[in-house]
Design a protein around this ligand. Structure first.
Ligand code: SF4
Ligand code: SF4
Length: 68
């Protein structure tokens, strides 16, 4: 099983990770973080392959990838 975590405090809401995920598992939340940015959210972890393309794309190193 693979999954990612997104650090809300690092995310700037650029949306690049939503484009990078081939499974379309990352989308933008409508809820802003403490800095006022709408942050990325992860859904459907059962579909995540752990490819890490989302994390590699993130300019703010907000995404961590885990594989179990
Ligand atoms: S690790 Fe791969 S499949 Fe999983 S959310 Fe990131 S880009 Fe999508
Ligand atoms: S690429 Fe990084 S900074 Fe941009 S929306 Fe995704 S998690 Fe946030």
């Amino acid at each position: 099983m693979a999954y990612i975590t997104i650090d809300d405090n690092r995310c700037k809401g650029c949306g690049l990770c939503t484009i990078a995920c081939p499974k379309k598992l990352v989308s933008m939340s409508e809820t802003p973080n403490s800095l006022g940015y709408t942050v990325a959210t992860f859904s459907s972890p059962e579909k995540c392959t752990g490819c890490a393309l989302c994390a590699e794309m993130c300019p703010d190193v907000a995404i961590s990838v885990f594989k179990e």
